[in-house]
Design a protein around this ligand. Structure first.
Ligand SMILES: [Zn+2]
Length: 482
């Protein structure tokens, strides 16, 4: 057994170095598959008509001329055959990013997609023969005395790679080869669309990042205490996790913002997810947060959209809940456990004058047949929901939670009435931000100014802030009244 049940040793000849601007002129593939105890080797190659002239220097290197490819099929005509040879196989090439990038770009032009694990033989050579630089294909062929016909033609070079891998196994052992290959497969290069140094620019620091697709379309937003490590982990995902592999292969650009601490990262992550709606953040995508108010007359809970509530109107409410459905499920559970009448509380349909279904099961105390007052049911529901009661805002002014870390600008996260008004980097700006949302009473009276409209309460922000305030002063950062 080699390092994978199906391996494709691939080499392409091209008209130049850019997968987007240049074209393939020849493809060579050596497929090696494990069938039972045996290895089955299948070779295939084809010249390709690139549809553009071959530059002289390339003609000189490969020996492939315009005349040779004039009658060859265009890539699109052989694309299905090539895809069948590569699909499900580990893609092995010398400078794998080059060959893989070209093959993927040509397949894409033909309307086909390929996501393969790639293994670069330059990296394999470097890993297994670290003291035997250089690791060019010529040096490797000489080092291992490989017999290669048609060097610089696609099939000749693909065969050389297959011979090289066998030679490595002989020199170092099968196990050593498998271990080295598996290490490289777990730390593959970046997605074909990202520049080679894309990751190097990302700091190993806390913050929020976005993976962007074609035309900067948002794919995924996340946060981490180590942005570089976390982003890299997207590109070394287990190849059997299809969604993760697809996310990596769709990524064209990275965006990130460093934060002073975890609170800032969580606030910004939530904000980016809500405002950008990235296609891969399925679980966190926006629903409309709600509150619950439990009235006495008529006795029933009312579900209120959080974004329609005035800033100070949360007294006596329960919530916030992530969605209407979530709030309703919680109400049903609380009322059911307290033996309340779901029909009387308007949580299930009722037939007037008749005992509700749960009364017939002995699970309702009987408000539906006059054995308890509706207002008492409402009061009992408020008690049953007590754990979800919206706490009053501590104090009567906005607060800032200040996070700082050595070597970074501090973050002032400004909150008022459980709402995140914004994050800024200094106290003066934080006070200005707070004042816009809560002008001093005298100013309001004097000029008739209105406070800036408050953002809606977000359930995650509320929970995060309440937990952080409850941990104070042991939690990181400090609280400043504004
Ligand atoms: Zn009942």
């Amino acid at each position: 057994m080699l390092f994978a049940p199906r391996i494709a040793f691939v080499d392409v000849e091209t008209t130049g170095t850019s997968p987007t601007g240049c074209r393939i002129t020849e493809v060579g593939i050596v497929n090696v598959s494990q069938v039972g105890d045996a290895l089955v080797v299948d070779e295939w190659s084809s010249l390709v008509n690139p549809g553009v002239p071959i530059p002289p220097e390339i003609r000189f290197l490969t020996g492939i001329t315009d005349a040779m490819v004039a009658d060859a099929p265009p890539f699109a005509a052989i694309a299905p055959d090539i895809l069948a040879r590569l699909d499900g196989a580990v893609f092995v090439a010398h400078q794998a990013r080059f060959d893989y990038g070209f093959v993927r770009a040509e397949l894409e032009r033909a309307g086909l997609g390929l996501t393969a694990r790639t293994l670069c033989t330059v990296r394999l050579s470097r890993l297994m023969d670290p003291d035997r630089s250089p690791h060019t294909l010529d040096a490797i062929i000489a080092r291992y005395r490989l017999t290669v016909a048609d060097r610089h033609r696609a099939l000749g070079d693909a065969r050389a790679l297959w011979l090289f891998v066998q030679a490595l196994a002989r020199r170092h052992s099968d196990i050593a080869l498998r271990q080295a290959a598996s290490r490289l497969l777990q730390h593959p290069g970046l997605p074909a669309h990202l520049g080679a140094d894309a990751l190097a620019a990302v700091p190993p620091a806390p913050g929020v990042y976005a993976l962007l697709g074609q035309n900067d379309q948002p794919l995924y937003v996340g946060r981490s205490n180590n942005l570089r490590r976390r982003i890299a982990s997207h590109f070394s995902a287990d190849p059997t996790r299809e969604r993760a592999v697809r996310l990596a292969s769709e990524t064209h650009r990275l965006e990130w913002r460093q934060t002073a601490g975890e609170l800032g990262a969580r606030l910004l992550e939530g904000h980016w997810i809500r405002t950008r709606q990235p296609s891969h953040n399925i679980a966190q995508r926006r629903t409309r947060p709600v509150f619950v108010r439990i009235d006495d007359e008529p006795a029933r809970p009312r579900i209120l959209a959080a974004d329609l509530l005035a800033a100070e109107a949360t007294a006596g409410l329960f919530g916030p809940f992530a969605s209407r459905a979530g709030a309703r499920a919680l109400l049903l559970q609380a009322a059911g456990q307290a033996g309340l009448c779901l029909a009387t509380l308007g949580l299930e349909r009722r037939s007037p004058g008749q005992a509700c279904f749960r009364r017939q099961l002995g699970r309702c105390a009987g408000a539906c047949i006059g054995q308890s007052l509706p207002a008492r049911e409402a009061q009992a529901l408020r008690v049953a929901m007590a754990a979800h009661r919206m706490p009053p805002w501590p104090g009567d002014q906005p607060l800032a939670l200040v996070e700082s870390a050595p070597g970074t600008t501090p973050d002032w996260h400004v909150f008022w009435q459980w709402r995140h008004l914004g994050s800024v980097h200094d106290e003066t700006t934080a006070r200005e931000l707070a004042a816009r949302h809560r002008p001093p009473a005298s100013a309001l009276q004097a000029a008739g100014t209105l406070a800036a409209p408050a953002p809606a309460i977000e359930p995650e922000v509320f929970r995060l802030l309440r937990a952080r305030l409850a941990e104070m002063p042991a939690a990181p950062g400090r609280v400043v009244e504004l």
